[in-house]
Design a protein around this ligand. Structure first.
Ligand SMILES: [Zn+2]
Length: 483
């Protein structure tokens, strides 16, 4: 795994222990002049491309959906719903979260595992949302009076300039930025961290979470840091927790009513899922067996689900099925979509695809909000050779979720199996458009046009799509842009 991308990007809001006493003026919102929302979005898209290419993106559909649900609840409470937000998990066991321009918020799986309660995870998301809603990057650029491109590079988002194709420009930008107004940047970032803590706690409270989780989590991170100095959570390096920060957070608590907030079942199951993704499958099986035997767990059903998931990842499908039944009985009547998703996945892995179709179908009807179950259903239908049903399911969902790349990727696979190569390349092209890879997208559309068959309407729709992309991105797809 390549660490460079997130580390560089995190620098966008990285801060050092600051000695700033004179806080800069944080009033007013004149920031939009130097960096428009469109520019922020483009910067964010470029950064997301880098992260996706690095293979660090944990695109597990259940984890992605959970983070976006939790994020949306916090965004609404923050009053920042005019900005677009995208939350994404990063497969990394270090404890960190970061915001990049354009409303993209990355959450390390290590942060989810480290959180003892959902409110603790929410407190970090609330902090990151505040960085975005308060336009901290744009204000940083304003405040340091740097040319936006130069200061972005000096902040570590040099990746972007590299994308624009000028390596010399990047080097020059970095060295120009390095010695330039560093003190001022530090003053700003310190003030921004304070502001993000303050607004983040308001958001946390308004969203119905426990505000005391913020200082509690800070304290635990700091303790962890002292115990494992060599292995300090990355969050502490990019967001140093000082005694002052903890004291400030505790101070803000006074006057707020004490509120015990129970963890959602979604959080409990997702936390075990990412714990399993982070460990070697064999190690995860050992961990769950041992902790179950010693009754060391926060929630029995979630822990038994963790064991089932670990066994499934280790390829022990019979054992996984058995452990899953125990998770179900521990949970009781309530049920949870994560258990049905795992049940369908186990049957699919066992080659019992018709049974898997039944499980996913029933669960998707019962839990219509779960897109993971729909992906599972399509995969099971495809494995069972039910191509027409799968394509119909895909078409329905493409109408509902036009920006979702996953449906196009699955369509391409089915068309390939059916020998419909023109449709397959077209679907693959649309997949690439949705992950902002415009060069490969255009290549797929050109390939589609060379395939045999295809009626007039299909051909002209592909030609029109190709022309549209070429007009925005140039024929080589080097520039960025989304039709
Ligand atoms: Zn921060």
């Amino acid at each position: 795994m390549r660490k460079v991308s997130t580390t560089l990007l995190a620098l966008a809001f990285a801060m050092q222990l600051s000695w700033a006493d004179n806080l800069p003026n944080l009033g007013g919102d004149t920031s939009q002049e130097s960096l428009t929302p469109t520019q922020e979005r483009e910067i964010g898209e470029g950064a997301m491309r880098e992260i996706r290419r690095s293979g660090e993106l944990a695109d597990d559909p259940e984890v992605v959906a959970y983070l976006n649900r939790l994020g949306a609840r916090l965004v609404e409470a923050s009053g920042a719903s005019d900005s677009r937000f995208t939350f994404f998990p990063v497969l990394d066991s270090s404890v960190n979260a970061f915001a990049i321009p354009g409303g993209y918020i990355g959450v390390h799986t290590g942060l989810i595992v480290m959180a003892q309660h959902e409110s603790e995870l929410a407190s970090v998301l609330g902090h990151e949302i505040a960085h975005v809603s308060q336009h901290h990057l744009a204000r940083l650029i304003d405040g340091t009076r740097l040319n936006p491109l130069i200061s972005l590079a000096s902040l570590g988002v040099a990746i972007l300039a590299a994308h624009a194709g000028s390596a010399d420009g990047v080097a020059a930008a970095i060295s120009a930025g390095a010695g330039y107004n560093i003190q001022k940047q530090l003053d700003f970032t310190y003030a921004f961290e304070q502001e993000a803590d303050r607004i983040g706690m308001q958001t946390l409270t308004r969203a119905g979470f426990d505000p005391a989780a913020m200082p509690t989590f800070f304290e635990r991170l700091q303790k962890h840091n002292r115990l494992e100095e060599a292995n300090a959570p990355e969050f502490l390096r990019t967001h140093p927790v000082t005694f002052k920060r903890i004291a400030d957070a505790q101070g803000r608590l006074s006057g707020l009513p004490y509120r015990q907030t129970p963890d959602s079942a979604d959080f409990l199951f997702v936390r075990e899922k990412v714990r399993g993704l982070q460990m070697k499958p064999g190690d995860a099986v050992d961990f769950y067996r041992k902790t179950l035997a010693e009754k060391r767990y926060a929630n029995e059903a979630a822990h038994r689900y963790g064991l089932a998931n670990a066994l499934y990842l280790a390829g022990n499908h019979d054992g996984a099925w058995q452990a899953l039944q125990q998770a179900k009985s521990a949970l009781g009547k309530a049920g949870h979509p994560a258990l049905e998703f795992l049940a369908g996945s186990i049957r699919l892995a066992q080659g019992r695809s018709a049974e898997a179709v039944g499980i996913f179908q029933k669960a998707a009807d019962f839990y219509p909000a779960s897109r993971a179950l729909v992906y599972g259903l399509i995969d099971a239908q495809t494995a069972a050779g039910q191509y027409d049903k799968a394509l119909a399911e895909i078409a329905d969902n493409q109408t509902l979720y036009p920006g979702d790349a996953n449906f196009y990727q699955r369509a391409a696979k089915i068309y390939t199996r059916q020998g419909q190569t023109m449709q397959a390349h077209k679907a693959q092209g649309e997949y690439y458009v949705r992950v902002q890879e415009y060069g490969p997208a255009m290549e797929q559309f050109r390939l589609a046009l060379t395939q045999p068959g295809g009626d007039f309407y299909l051909l002209s729709s592909i030609e029109a799509r190709l022309r549209e992309l070429e007009a925005i991105n140039g024929k080589d797809g080097k520039a960025r842009g989304m039709p």
